[in-house]
Design a protein around this ligand. Structure first.
Ligand code: G3P
Length: 232
């Protein structure tokens, strides 16, 4: 099975560049990335993204924290285009499972990207809340798990196994830390991996031999020691 590459991004100029790449099959973003990119008005900024990415899937996230406002935002975001996955956090900021809203939106056939997932248990709860028709992406935050010394791989593996009977579900490796995560995601059988632009560029250059790496590494040490005029 092929693991699709999405680009995890919010800067409009970079989105323009990466939307032209064949290797990039879709886009994900989140409120933090949008803030960092300088977005002021959520709706108009999202529409700018959608104007560039009209022919690829785009995941746009709700940012409300309670059931009613979250649902309202989700329904609204969904009207902005046919290529949208509405991103719903698996829990709200108080840790309450968003199953009811996931179920309702899924039953309305709204494409969902369930985000901020870390465990196979959460995947199981999500699967219990959805049908077997409407498209759902489950985004597992591998990097952030690794950041705190937790191994995300068994959780992803179990999540993939649990979702096998759901042809409408795709498991996405989110929160990428290094290019090698792409190889890991492929080995595990993730349907999608969402990757920041700089790491996508590194993946495009995969293939250097160990021999080239070893001499290259030593060369940079030599050059730097010369530049610093080191002497012993
Ligand atoms: O796709 C999820 C991503 O946006 C979070 O990544 O690097 O902030 O952990 P990161």
């Amino acid at each position: 099975m092929k693991t699709k590459i999405f680009c995890d991004i919010a800067e409009l100029d970079k989105i323009k560049k990466f939307s032209k790449k064949k290797i990039v099959k879709g886009f994900t973003t989140n409120p933090s990335l949008m803030r960092k990119a300088g977005a002021k008005d959520y709706k108009s900024y999202s529409k700018k993204i959608l104007k560039i990415c009209y022919n690829k899937f785009v995941s746009l996230e709700v940012f409300a924290d309670d059931y009613f406002s979250m649902k309202k935002q989700a329904l609204l975001i969904n009207t902005w285009g046919k290529n949208i996955y509405v991103k719903i956090p698996v829990v709200n900021s108080k840790g309450v499972f968003m199953g009811k809203i996931i179920k309702e939106l899924n039953n309305k056939n709204i494409k969902l990207n369930i985000t901020a997932v870390y465990t196979a248990k959460q995947t199981q709860r999500i699967l219990k809340s959805i049908n077997k028709k409407s498209k759902v992406i489950i985004s597992i935050f591998a990097g952030r798990a690794g950041d705190v010394g937790k191994d995300p791989v068994p959780e992803i593996k179990k999540s993939i196994a649990l979702s096998k009977k759901f042809k409408n579900v795709e498991i996405l490796w989110a929160s990428v830390r290094e290019p090698y995560n792409y190889i890991q995601a492929k080995q595990l059988g993730c349907h999608i991996i969402t990757i920041p632009p700089a790491i996508i560029e590194k993946i495009e250059n995969f293939g250097k031999s160990f021999q080239t790496l070893t001499t290259g590494t030593v060369r940079t040490f030599l050059i730097d020691s010369k530049k610093s005029k080191f002497k012993i």
